[in-house]
Design a protein around this ligand. Structure first.
Ligand SMILES: O=C(O)Cc1cc(O)ccc1O
Ligand SMILES: [Fe+2]
Length: 436
């Protein structure tokens, strides 16, 4: 079935399941009795009093209000989900992980159980911080839904299509697309087989489109290319349906006797959405020199300091490289921000090998990094013709102003950390001479 979507970013949407025309109350949010005997429920994504341009909320018209559930109890799911940033000694080294293993078919793992935290910083209780997780799973969530009370989730599938049922409706998210499920939104993930991807969780606030400054009114990720599901309800009595909440870094679950995906109509501007990365309008240098990668920012979660992001989601899309008299790959650098990178498809221009789809790297605050020796040699001697950076590649970066710690799972348990990563720079030659 081809799913329908509503297009736009930050828009006021309204949607009604076509099976119940007129379900959305007209002219008011809280009629004394809602159409079809539905309950009205508001989901607030910002403080009631947030300035109008930032205010986010949606109204659900649902078969039962969310409050009908038994008490939450501590959950034993997702053993490697953590916000304990003190499990390991701090490590300023360059880190690179080989592709994370998806569990074999004999171990049945769903999206929630398959959440593994790699690194992060901050505290959801102070509502400030980030966590970077990978999901490694092979079966669909069954009679359960998940929501995050700590932050927004930006989900980057690398292998396998995610079929995400949300309170707002359904969306399908394939590799090279992303989904954002914001604070508190309930969802369940169905998969067709082995599935792997990355998740950026931000505790501070919501993702925005970056300002475009002199770029003008159009470019980068265009608002009309973001897609939000349309209302779709199920009216199901299900004994012991589990609502799983991530709350203050731990998982809790509550039992209820019905599906939470019972929203017949909704309206508002606080919604889940997806975006196809191939739609990104790439802008870059067309004369000389290497632009900073902020030119590829898809979404940003700003901090309170102007221009400084709690986390940016940046991609490295296929594009033409045309700069004259320029070393075209990423420059060598040390950054006051943390750079976590992953690879969705293909290969990354600064690394010839070792950085593979489904793997990752972390270059922490002020940790030096840049092209490996092979890349340096090739790029320093290349004939600078216009060159297409191959279609079928997509690396990305979660860049954060926070100094992130690696978890025990990331450092040890996953057994994917490449102890030889540093070697890729050791053969960089000394080229210094007395000739200019
Ligand atoms: O380190 C990286 O590979 C990411 C990156 C890419 C780039 O083009 C410039 C700076 C930068 O940090
Ligand atoms: Fe970098």
């Amino acid at each position: 079935m081809t799913l329908k979507y509503l297009n736009g970013f930050g828009s006021e949407f309204s949607s009604e399941d076509p099976r119940r025309p007129g379900a959305l109350p007209e002219g008011q949010n809280n009629p004394q009795r809602c159409p079809y005997g539905l309950y009205a429920e508001q989901l607030s994504g910002t403080a009631f009093t947030a300035p109008r341009h930032e205010n986010r909320r949606s109204w659900f018209y649902r078969i039962r209000p969310s409050v009908i559930h038994k008490p939450f109890k501590k959950s034993t799911r997702a053993k490697f989900l953590t916000h304990n940033w003190d499990e390991q000694e701090p490590d300023p080294n360059q880190s690179r992980w080989l592709p994370f293993d998806i569990p074999p078919a004999k171990e049945q793992v769903d999206f929630v159980n398959g959440l593994h935290t790699v690194c992060g910083a901050g505290d959801p209780r102070a509502r400030h911080g980030v966590a970077i997780h990978v999901y490694l799973c092979n079966r669909s969530m069954d009679r359960s839904a998940f929501y995050d009370s700590d932050g927004d989730l930006l989900i980057v599938p690398q292998q396998g299509v995610l079929k995400i049922t949300t309170e707002f409706g359904k969306m399908e998210v394939a590799p090279n697309e992303i989904a954002v499920i914001q604070l508190g939104m309930r969802f369940a993930v169905h998969v067709d087989g082995p599935s792997r991807g990355y998740i950026l969780e931000v505790f501070d606030g919501h993702f925005k489109l970056p300002d475009l400054g002199p770029i003008g009114a159009n470019g980068l990720a265009n608002p009309r290319d973001f897609s939000t599901p349309v209302a779709h309800y199920e009216d199901l009595e299900i004994p012991d349906f589990r609502i799983i909440s991530k709350y203050q870094g731990a998982l809790f679950e509550a039992s209820q006797g019905h599906s939470p995906f019972d929203v017949v109509a909704w309206h508002g501007n606080y919604v889940p959405y997806k975006y196809d990365l191939s739609k990104f309008m790439v802008i870059n240098a067309v004369a000389y020199d290497h632009c900073d990668p902020s030119i590829f920012t898809v979404l940003t979660c700003p901090s309170t300091k102007p221009g400084v992001a709690i986390a940016d989601f940046v991609i490295f899309p296929p594009r033409w490289s045309v700069q004259e008299h320029t070393f075209r790959p990423p420059y060598y650098h040390r950054n006051c921000m943390s750079e976590f990178m992953g690879l969705i498809l293909g290969s990354y221009e600064a690394k010839e090998g070792g950085f593979l789809p489904g793997g990752a790297s972390l270059h922490s605050v002020m940790t030096p990094h840049g092209p490996d020796d092979t890349c340096f040699k090739i790029a320093s001697n290349a004939d600078l013709q216009p060159q297409k950076i191959a279609v079928g590649t997509q690396a990305f970066m979660f860049e954060s102003c926070l100094s992130m710690a690696i978890t025990r799972w990331g450092a040890e348990t996953c057994q994917k950390l490449d102890a030889k990563y540093y070697e890729c720079w050791q053969k960089l030659p000394k080229l210094f001479s007395d000739k200019i």
